[in-house]
Ligand binder design. Structure first.
Ligand SMILES: Cc1cc2nc3c(=O)[nH]c(=O)nc-3n(C[C@H](O)[C@H](O)[C@H](O)COP(=O)(O)O)c2cc1C
Length: 126
C-alpha cells in the first residue's frame, strides 16, 4: 500500500538536512523559496543539484531569467525559512523583509549573514 503525502511529509520532517533559501529576480520581481533538495555534485566545474518545483513563483522566475542564488541558512534563521516556505502567507517580493537583503553583483537578492551564498546559472531539466 502506498503511503499518503501527509505521512511522507511527517517522515521527511525527521530527516535532517541543510536548509537553504533559493532567490532570483530583481526589485519587485524578486522571488525566493525555502529548499532542502540541494546537494553538491562536482567541484570542477563547481556544480550544484537543486530540485525546484516549476509551479512555484521562484521556479517560474528562474525558468524565465536562468539564474539564482542559493543561501545556506544559520540555526537562527528558522523564522526566515518558514516565511520563504510560505507558512506566513507572504508572497513574492513581500517575503524579503527589509534589513538583511543585499543585491549581489548579478542583481539578485543575497542574504546578509548567510553561512554561504552561491550564485548559479540554471540548466533546467523537466
Ligand atoms: C523544509 C522545507 C523544504 C522545502 N524544500 C523544497 C525544495 O527543495 N524544492 C521545492 O521545490 N520546494 C521546497 N519546499 C516548498 C517551497 O518552499 C514552497 O512551495 C514555497 O512556498 C514556494 O514559494 P514561491 O511559490 O513563492 O516560490 C520546501 C518547504 C519546506 C518547508
Amino acid at each position: 500500500m502506498q503511503t499518503s503525502p501527509e505521512n511522507f511529509r511527517q517522515a521527511m520532517a525527521m530527516f535532517p538536512g541543510a536548509v537553504t533559501v533559493v532567490t532570483t529576480g530583481e526589485g519587485d520581481g524578486r522571488r525566493g523559496m525555502t529548499a532542502t533538495a540541494v546537494c553538491s555534485v562536482t567541484d570542477d566545474p563547481p556544480s550544484l543539484l537543486v530540485c525546484i518545483n516549476r509551479k512555484t513563483e521562484t521556479g517560474v522566475e528562474i525558468s524565465r531569467n536562468g539564474r539564482f542564488c542559493v543561501q545556506l541558512l544559520n540555526d537562527r534563521d528558522h523564522a526566515l525559512a518558514l516565511r520563504f516556505a510560505g507558512a506566513t502567507g507572504l508572497h513574492g517580493a513581500e517575503k524579503f523583509e527589509p534589513g538583511r537583503w543585499q543585491t549581489c553583483v548579478l542583481g539578485m537578492p543575497r542574504l546578509e549573514g548567510a553561512r554561504a551564498a552561491l550564485f548559479l546559472r540554471g540548466h533546467g531539466r523537466a
